[in-house]
Design a protein around this ligand. Structure first.
Ligand code: 13P
Length: 254
């Protein structure tokens, strides 16, 4: 049984003070649903305050990126070693980082290895853009991203990775993949690629999220799909009511 995981990706939103106010309001709304793993991925500068506000509270804290090295001359970067104690999860290879900050499959793979080495849970993003989608190459593209991301990662380590399938054309656009299409890509394509690498038993243990305009209206239908184990949520995760409603609906759907 895969535990559903809902992660809010705040992106470049919320000051440390706003972040603390937000999580304080969130605590009573989501802690009644321990059957859902709820995570907030805050900007780096808000992580200390959010981690302190959520100390002893079963809401996970995530970062949105990290470097692969432990330390060194990498101006402006934050290492996984520095995140220990502040975050339990790290989003890796989000399409916005691939698009605007030139992240490559190779870098994504190194970052996954580094986060695992530090006991952090990587949330690894894959997904096609509109051109690729319209050209009908979604499946080979996404399975190629999965293979590149997991290169050299052992089966035991792979079990602890979360994959987020986020079609780029659905991010922040209000357009969502239909739940059937999202389920097919999460299942046949992402889990299928994982099964080819690690075998069916390991692939069945890995959690796969959908992301892209997920909200309180469509989460029930998405979570009812057998291969969708959660969501990576942008816009709707910035509002306590919407995010908490998604956690509640997920708890009721599973
Ligand atoms: P939206 O939910 O705003 O479409 O963002 C999705 C996303 O990119 C989460 O990582």
């Amino acid at each position: 049984m895969r535990k559903p995981i809902l992660a809010g990706n705040w992106k470049m939103n919320k000051t440390p003070a706003e972040a603390v106010e937000f999580v304080r309001a969130l605590i009573p709304l989501v802690t009644p649903y321990p059957q859902v793993e709820t995570v907030v991925c805050a900007p780096f500068v808000a992580l200390p305050a959010v981690a302190a506000a959520l100390k002893d509270v079963p809401i996970g804290v995530g970062a949105q990126n990290c470097h692969w090295a432990d330390n060194g001359a990498y101006t402006g970067e934050v290492s996984p070693a520095m995140l220990k104690g502040l975050a339990g999860y790290v989003i890796i290879g989000h399409s916005e980082r691939r698009q605007y900050f030139a992240e490559t499959d190779e870098g994504v793979n190194k970052k996954i290895k580094a986060t695992l080495a530090h006991g952090l849970v990587p949330i690894v993003c894959v997904g096609e853009d509109l051109t690729q989608n319209e050209a009908g190459i979604t499946e080979p593209w996404v399975s190629g991203q999965v293979r590149a991301a997991f290169a050299g990662i052992s089966a035991d380590q792979a079990r602890g990775v979360v994959v987020a399938y986020e079609p780029i054309w659905a991010i922040g656009t209000g357009k969502t993949a239909t739940s059937e299409v999202a389920n097919r890509i999460c299942g046949a394509v992402v889990r299928g690629a994982l099964a080819e690498i690690y075998g069916e038993e390991v692939a069945q243990a890995i959690r796969i999220q959908y992301g892209g305009s997920a909200n309180e209206k469509n989460i029930g239908e998405l979570m009812a799909m057998p291969d969708i184990d959660g969501a990576l949520i942008g816009g709707a995760s910035l509002k306590t009511d919407a995010f908490a409603a998604m956690v509640r609906i997920t708890a009721e759907t599973n």
